[in-house]
Design a binder for this molecule. Structure first.
Ligand SMILES: NC(=O)c1ccc[n+]([C@@H]2O[C@H](COP(=O)([O-])OP(=O)(O)OC[C@H]3O[C@@H](n4cnc5c(N)ncnc54)[C@H](OP(=O)(O)O)[C@@H]3O)[C@@H](O)[C@H]2O)c1
Length: 381
């Protein structure tokens, strides 16, 4: 085999997705190295409490320890060789692949600083790509940036948009059911389950965020619609997408507990919407619709026997109407949530940044450059 190049990986975030990324990376990196000559080598792993850093590559044993302690609810700061990251800028090393699997709104500056050092970027975190266009535009149409897992988890949604555009097609409209949580709630309403009960169920099954309003607000779906719009070549701002939350403003400032109690007040509202839909042979689905001028995200009544009506569980369905796919839209469908499929999307993005060899000289002596950036961090072993 040719000489193997070591590709430094900086993993920011070790939650459900980050842990699965580490596990999957450990599983495939030897075969990937044999095939490609590139060895994926984590050099930094950070959560919000601290960072483990080793310029020679964090050992497999340490990576397994990180997965184990995070699965027990402990944080990286509890490891004796971890250091507190005063600023994530301190852990950037030139030409690394930075993997943002946080849900933090603070990452854009760090990503930009890394990019300016020659890093490539892979995101599952929607917030940087959904920031104001003036701050986020460089993440789009950039060969050194991938963000497939931000929409539809591991489904090939972003790559479909890219391919459509690259082959000269013009996207006219995008519609999607893109929230597993809201999909579950809609399916429960369809079964006649009251709104308040459906939300309690979704929360107890771990389908919602700790505060279910983070899902019910529709903002997460609106971010996905914005990301799709921008990928389609429409540089919209978030206020171009109208969002219909699944609760009224009057419940916005209640504590989580009071909100959960107050949801019973909405039972009759959603029950009658559901009955109205059913009387027409329809069902309710939470759908995002976007085109070059803007979009809307909200509850829509759709025929029960349509592709939308047939959706179950966390299934996503995203349809692209284009100049070539005009009568019947091109659709991508499948499970749109879950740590394993999301991590697979992230990993596939890392692997797809495949011109490592073309940039070979950057990786010949990675440790030399990494060491210059060591700052005060301890090595992991
Ligand atoms: N789960 C899915 O099915 C799915 C699907 C598609 C996309 N995504 C996206 O993937 C991302 C990760 O999801 P998840 O389910 O893994 O979330 P999660 O379990 O909440 O994990 C988030 C991780 O990010 C870390 N973090 C937060 N702020 C940080 C900061 N400023 N610096 C360093 N680390 C920070 C957290 O550390 P602490 O624990 O120390 O705070 C935690 O390790 C999210 O953006 C989510 O929207 C998830």
């Amino acid at each position: 085999m040719n000489k193997v190049l070591s590709i430094p990986i900086i993993l920011i975030g070790v939650g459900n997705v980050g842990k699965a990324v580490l596990r999957q990376l450990l599983e495939i990196r030897h075969s990937f190295a044999e095939r490609s000559g590139c060895y994926l080598q984590p050099v930094c792993v950070a959560d919000s409490s601290g960072v483990v850093f080793d310029p020679d590559g964090i050992s497999e044993e340490t990576l397994q320890t990180i997965i184990r302690i995070r699965s027990r609810g402990q944080r990286i700061e509890s490891l004796p060789y971890a250091r507190r990251a005063t600023s994530l800028n301190d852990i950037l090393v030139p030409h690394a692949v930075i993997v943002d699997v946080t849900a933090s709104g603070e990452m854009l500056k760090v990503l930009r600083a890394g990019y300016d050092l020659g890093c490539r970027i892979v995101l599952a975190n929607k917030k940087p790509v959904a920031a104001r266009w003036s701050e986020a535009h460089w993440l789009y149409e950039n060969d050194n940036v991938r963000y497939e897992a931000t929409v539809g988890a591991g489904l090939p949604v972003i790559s479909t948009v890219r391919q459509l555009r690259e082959t000269g097609d013009r996207i006219l409209a995008i519609e999607g059911c893109m929230s597993g949580t809201l999909g579950f709630i809609c399916a429960e309403l369809e079964r006649g389950v009251p709104y308040s009960v459906a939300i309690r169920e979704a929360k107890s099954l771990g389908y919602t965020e700790p505060d279910p309003r983070d899902d019910l607000s529709g903002q997460d779906v609106a971010r996905k619609a914005l990301i799709l719009a921008r990928t389609a070549g429409w540089p919209l701002e978030s206020d171009a997408i109208e969002v219909e939350p699944l609760y009224p403003d009057s419940l916005a400032s209640l504590s989580i507990e009071d909100f959960m109690d107050a949801t019973t007040r909405l039972d009759s509202v959603y029950s009658s919407e559901n009955h109205e839909a059913q009387a027409k042979g329809h069902v309710l689905r939470y759908i995002a619709r976007v085109n070059s001028t803007g979009g809307k995200v909200g509850l829509v009544s759709v025929p029960r026997d349509s592709a939308w009506g047939a959706l179950r569980g966390s299934a996503n369905y995203i349809a692209f109407t284009t100049t070539r796919y005009d009568a019947i839209p091109l659709a991508v469908s499948g499970p749109g949530a879950g740590a394993e499929v999301t991590a697979a999307g992230v990993l596939s993005d890392i692997l797809s940044l495949q011109n490592y060899y073309e940039q070979k000289e950057k990786y010949e002596h990675p440790n030399h450059e990494v060491r210059r950036n060591l700052g005060g961090f301890y090595r992991s072993n």
